[in-house]
Write a protein that binds this ligand. Sequence first.
Ligand code: C5P
Length: 246
Amino acid sequence: MAYPVITIDGPSGAGKGTVCLKLAEALGYQLLDSGALYRIVGLKAVEAGLLGVESDGENGDIDANQIAKLTSDLDIQFLPNINTDDIDTNSGSGHHIRIVVDGQDVGNEIRNETIGHYASKVAVLPEVRSALLDLQQDMANEAGLIADGRDMGTVVFPNADVKIYLTASAEARADRRVNQLTDAGDNANYEAILASIKERDARDENRSVSPSKPAEDALVLDSSSMDADTVFAEIKKHCQRKGICF
Ligand code: C5P
């Protein structure tokens, strides 16, 4: 039996994490945080010395086959978080699941700008993308799925029941990131964050494999001036139009 799949693609900071978590809870579906997979590969490639300051030049400097081999060898598990104190449905910070790689919980370690940068470096490599494909597609064989990413609707789940592309201006996303960091008591430099968002967007949107873009049959939503509840309500309406009612 085929389970329903809802794909939510779009750039970082558009509000995907928050809405995906709410949808997964409302529908009782599993959640695939595909960005976490690329972040894990970025982290592990840095730890293995395959990516880093010296080798962080053009992609020609990166050994794609070695990084793909490392990717295939990883034991990645998304486990339910039994510590409910960690769960924050407002920020959608991803703590609803524990991400365990080779027996080690990496949930916190992968959630920073530096690892986001490395994730987008390894994400341009076709070898890495194909090494992660089965793992992602297999998640739709177990239960209904909310798939959060860049190429969920275009490449990984082209037959998804509902496809959304959630975007927002780079400035709105930088503002949100500054607020998140400030709320957490960290320093935030708006200009540096905006520049990093623009750099990552350009790499994600212009790469030759699986660029971040809306699927032809996706509903495109711009959340620049919408709050999380409005985004959720719009997506819920669209799901209902497509026969997924909750
Ligand atoms: O969504 P998140 O910011 O965690 O993603 C980190 C990076 O992983 C993105 O900037 C993108 O380069 C890559 N990614 C991707 N395809 C996905 C999910 C994430 O290329 N489906």
